[in-house]
Write a protein that binds this ligand. Structure first.
Ligand code: PLP
Ligand code: COI
Length: 357
């Protein structure tokens, strides 16, 4: 059922950045360090449901020191981009998919499910006031970060009865400081990101917290990202991206697992590949299959994908015992071009994936 639209109260930021300051940021936004002038929030309480929808000046959030999120990590988030098209219009990509995933994450973290219509409306409300922050340079976008957390002040361990939902926006260039060069991946054999029955499929802060130490160790070894395995040696995903393998015959293979994120970029790539007549397999992939496939030439490309990272070829798999150079092919970059052409309005959106904000 369609939820009735919310009535947002809008408070303009009187200290908003000047057009000149904003343009200076948009000229080279990097990733995740600059924020727009406003933010959106909606409150939830057990008694009152979703209420007090607001657009306010971007700024610090005041929280009780006993707020449950600070102690037990009851938090979830999303990541989705707004793209500027050549006609000046601002579009986003498959927002209902992110809205539904936020609901699945909410169920796992015992948080309330935000109606998908409210989710989409929350993105629209932010872009309505901060549309000038959507950059127009190549591969640039406004990265939107919706998130929800337990704000009830209570130290007992149970699901919170007071929750906050926010959306902030951050102008983004490439996630990779080095551009789209093939990335080096560290094979993580000590730590796991998620376990069977755990929170791996939810987009919740704790999963990322668990990945930070391995990620730091990977940086020390000259790697950009970590690939996590499950307890049986099957490939899961990277710290913030899904992974795909291309076989000699063009088949695309990606891990099936209950403990990884159901990536929207990955799902879209699989659909584009099917449209091209390629075979797509979602099934367990062992480390052995990966390494032997590369050694025998049966695997011809390996790449990572996600909203922030888009699509990035993997150039090296490194561990304490070995360094396997990865074959570089054409498919990852050709799929990247097709996907970004759709997102930026340079190619017809035959799947109905875009939504004008
Ligand atoms: N896996 C993890 C752990 C992620 O953080 C992300 C990023 O959102 C993805 C996969 C890719 O998901 P999506 O393509 O929906 O952004
Ligand atoms: C995203 O791609 O949206 C993510 O949340 C991943 C994170 C590494 C930025």
């Amino acid at each position: 059922a369609q939820a009735a639209a919310l009535e947002f109260t809008v408070t303009k930021n009187l200290a908003a950045k000047s057009p000149a300051e904003r343009d200076a940021i948009l000229a080279d936004p990097g990733f995740g360090t600059h924020f727009t002038d406003h933010m959106v929030d909606i409150c939830w309480s057990e008694r009152g449901g979703w209420h007090r929808p607001r657009v306010s000046p971007y700024g610090p959030i005041s929280l009780d020191p006993a707020a449950a999120v600070l102690h037990y990590g009851q938090e979830i988030f999303e990541g989705i981009k707004a793209y500027r098209h050549a006609d000046g219009g601002i579009y986003t990509f498959r927002p209902e998919e992110n809205g539904k995933r936020l609901q699945r994450s909410a169920r796992r973290l015992a948080l309330p499910e935000l109606p998908v219509d409210y989710f989409v409306q929350s993105l629209r409300e932010l872009v309505a006031v901060d549309g000038a922050w959507v950059p127009s340079g190549e591969d640039q976008s406004l990265y939107l970060r919706p998130f929800m957390f337990a704000k009830e002040a209570f130290l007992g361990v149970r699901a919170a009865k007071k929750v906050a939902y926010y959306v902030i926006g951050s102008p983004a260039g490439s996630y990779w400081p080095r551009g789209i060069k093939p990335i080096n991946i560290w094979l993580e054999q000590t730590y796991q990101r998620a376990g069977k029955g755990g929170t791996g499929a939810a987009k919740t802060g704790g999963n990322y917290a668990a990945s930070l130490l391995p990620q730091a160790e990977a940086y020390e070894r000259g790697c950009d990202q970590v690939v996590f395995l499950d307890a049986d040696g099957y490939i899961e995903e990277l710290g913030g991206m899904n992974i795909l393998f291309v076989k000699k015959d063009g088949t695309l293979v990606t891990p099936a697992s209950d403990s990884i994120l159901d990536g929207i970029t990955r799902n879209s790539i699989l659909e584009l590949a099917r449209d091209r007549g390629l075979t797509v397999e979602q099934r367990p992939v062992s480390l052995t299959e990966w390494r032997e496939g590369v050694a025998s030439g049966d695997i011809t490309e390996v790449f990572a994908c996600g909203t922030a990272a888009v699509i990035s070829p993997i150039g090296l798999l490194k561990s304490d015992e070995f360094e396997d150079a990865q074959p570089i092919g054409e498919l990852a970059l050709s799929l990247r071009e097709e996907l970004t052409d759709i997102q930026y309005g340079r190619r017809e959106d035959t799947h109905g994936w875009l939504m004008r904000l």
